[in-house]
Design a protein around this ligand. Structure first.
Ligand code: MG
Length: 249
């Protein structure tokens, strides 16, 4: 099943497609700017340092247990919307391409072997991060949660092999991150089980499964895309906040 939501006469229409080909013909004729995020989670549970090469570049040991933090759901924007760089507060903002897992139904104390029953599908996500603020703060909330810091792809799909797909981040046409979800340290079934024993996962909640090595900065006017095999990508322009409306600051 492939899920896509778009705006028609100012109403949101959520559409389900049984096959990739039926989705593709829709995608080719729909006005791309009418596509809006199909996700509105009660929470985004993100995993830090879940790929070895990313832990190495951050000069950190991969944690024995998953490193969990929350990213504000209000940071979500659609696949063709702008990323607003908070240049009044941060001077180092990074992209992080990630596989997002969308939860299908309430998950509480779930066994690893049952975990996949709780997945609605996967979605491309860019876990935009104000790296300088993340380093200053004990908690990651500020650095991870500015409005527009969570661009999501146009579809949720359960037709991919979650734990074996390529993931790429492309900055201005150049590949910056290229890996495979098989390289995750803590696997998706374990993460669902682990998180569900801490907090109830609600229908629509998102697990951000971590970013591979190759993270780097975005700057004004950049175009950054996250591409995952079998999913539609999110591609977003970067604009400086102070240039949009300096009076508000
Ligand atoms: Mg991340």
């Amino acid at each position: 099943m492939i899920i896509c939501t778009y705006k028609e006469k100012n109403k949101k229409v959520r559409k389900n497609f049984k096959t990739a080909s039926s989705y593709n013909s829709f995608f080719n004729r729909v006005n791309k700017t009418s596509i809006v995020p199909s996700v509105s989670p009660s929470k985004i549970v993100a995993i830090g340092l879940n790929y070895h090469d990313h832990a190495v570049e951050m000069k950190k040991q991969p944690p024995q247990e998953p490193l969990i933090f929350l990213k504000a759901p209000s940071s979500i924007v659609g696949p063709f919307e702008n990323i607003i760089y908070p240049d009044y507060m941060s001077s180092k903002v990074d992209y992080e391409g990630e596989l997002g897992i969308v939860i299908k139904k309430e998950a509480k104390w779930i066994n690893k072997k049952d975990a996949y029953k709780y997945i609605l599908g996967a979605i491309c996500i860019n876990d935009i991060t104000a790296r300088d603020l993340q380093a200053q703060d004990v908690q990651f909330s500020r650095g991870k949660s500015f409005d527009t810091f969570c661009p999501v792809g146009p579809i949720i799909s359960d037709e991919i092999n979650y734990q074996n797909v390529t993931i790429k981040t492309i900055l201005n046409g150049k590949i910056q991150q290229e890996s495979n979800t098989s390289q995750m340290i803590h696997k998706i079934d374990f993460l669902i089980s682990y998180i569900s024993k801490i907090m109830t996962l609600n229908k629509g909640d998102i697990i951000l499964t971590g970013t591979p090595g190759g993270v780097g900065q975005i700057k004004e006017n950049d175009m950054v895309s996250v591409e995952i095999e079998g999913l539609e990508s999110t591609s977003n322009h970067v604009h400086l906040r102070t240039k949009i409306n300096s009076k508000e600051i």
